[in-house]
Design a binder for this molecule. Structure first.
Ligand code: WAQ
Ligand code: MG
Length: 277
């Protein structure tokens, strides 16, 4: 059986050089036209008519496509920023991130991790033990690309997420990104919250804990946010990891479980016990 040829479609919308929105998909040929239309609609949906919309289509002929299963998604309804961050920290520690590395990540995401003090387009790489920064380009970070749901898995995850009241496309997209990242060589865990001033939700994720979602990772109205990928230094090879994150196509063809919890300690001990099942 030959794998279907996939196309990577990217959209970038701007006005007067200022970025408005961007998105990317990985789809078979019969979905390319519809996907281009959807991405153009999305570019126009932000209430600002973009001065420029750039669509790029690359065929991934010859590329080996990896199929993975999505991380399980668990929603934990922490009541405020302090409770959300505290819970995210406990999840990351269970995944193997040290307190120093966690504090460093939080401090940098709050301050704006780029040397210019702004948010980055991509993610930081931090040593999971020491918190040392490992990404070669600190202004831009590492941008994860070439990942998407298969159309069956996309329909299935939308249904599952809707069951627990999560209907924003950001959740589905962040879950797919986190699933690719968690499968990356030497990745221990990820911490993320949005830089969108109207979106305060975020998550902590890893292969062992799955994607654990918190409603209030920052105060509403702030434009700070970003992503930190925590790395096991002993297994870390920069070229291998960065080319996986940027270039290797990954299709999420199976969904994981989606649910809500109220008891984080119980959840973490359950995940620890069942880690190898
Ligand atoms: N690769 C690496 N880093 C990225 C990427 C990418 N493809 N896209 C965004 N980032 C970084 C970058 O620093 C952004 O400033 C930051 O992440 C936030 O991006 O409901 O919407 O697209 O469960 O604003 C998480 C919760 C939402 C979703 C994340 O991120 C939920 C979100 P945004
Ligand atoms: Mg954003």
């Amino acid at each position: 059986m030959t794998a279907p040829l996939l196309y990577n479609i990217r959209m970038r919308a701007s006005t007067g050089g200022r970025h408005i929105s961007g998105a990317e998909r990985l789809v078979p040929v019969e979905m390319t036209d519809g996907t281009v239309r959807e991405l153009i609609e999305r570019a126009r949906s932000k209430g600002i008519d973009p001065g420029q919309i750039v669509i790029t289509i690359d065929s991934l002929q010859g590329a080996i496509i990896q199929n993975i299963q999505a991380l399980d998604l668990t929603a934990y309804p922490a009541r405020d920023v302090a409770a959300s961050r505290n819970a995210a920290g406990r999840v990351l520690q269970a995944a193997g991130v040290s307190t120093v590395a966690l504090e460093k990540a939080t401090m940098l995401l709050d301050a704006g991790p780029a040397p210019s003090g702004g948010t980055m387009r991509g993610a930081m790489l931090l040593d999971a033990a020491t918190g040392e920064r490992l990404e070669p380009d600190r202004e831009r970070g590492v941008r994860v690309s070439r990942f998407d749901w298969s159309s069956e898995a996309c329909a299935a995850i939308d249904r599952e997420l809707a069951h627990i009241g999560l209907t924003h496309f950001r959740t589905r997209e962040a879950l797919s990104l986190a699933s690719k990242v968690a499968h990356g060589p030497s990745v221990v865990a990820e911490l993320c919250w949005s830089d969108d001033p109207d979106y305060s939700a975020g998550y902590a994720s890893s292969l062992s804990t799955g994607y654990v979602r918190f409603p209030f990772m920052k105060q509403n109205g702030l434009t700070t946010g970003g992503r930190a990928f925590f790395i096991d230094r002993e297994r870390f090879d920069p070229d291998t990891l960065i080319s996986y994150l940027r270039e290797e196509p990954v299709i999420i063809s199976r969904i994981g479980r989606c649910g809500r919890i109220n008891d984080l300690s119980q959840f973490l001990s359950y995940r620890a016990v069942n880690r190898h099942v």
